[in-house]
Design a protein. Sequence first.
Length: 154
Amino acid sequence: MHFTSGTTGTPKGALHVHEAVVTHLATGRYALDLQPQDRYWCTADPGWVTGTSHGIIAPLLQGVTTLVDREEFDAGRWYTLLAQEQVSVWCTSPTAIRLLMKAGPELAQRQRYPCLRFVASVGEPLNPEAVWWGRRCWVCRFTTTGGRPRPAAP
């Protein structure tokens, strides 16, 4: 069973059929651009659909190394993990991006992210300012899957 979050209404459960693994394979390859040499981190809770599909199934199908973190959000700790664990592909939520923005660019700039090549924001639409902010802070491809067009890369 997969469950939606309750942020937009009451949680809903859906039976996850075996053929859906084909979709997870495509998601990992095309939406997340996962490559066998990647070090991947999905911050979504594995108890919810994104955490299961993007955080567990898709990276396993691609054979990538996956970072698992059980702690709550902490901007400084997250930046340290991105840098120290040499994360190359990072999947996180629009809420987390907005919280990182609130913490300020100075905190992001305390670390270097030479391995980070792609950040995906998954969930509701992310405002264009947040996309531009992320591209400036992490200097990598940044996309959102929220369903609205996003600004082109500079």
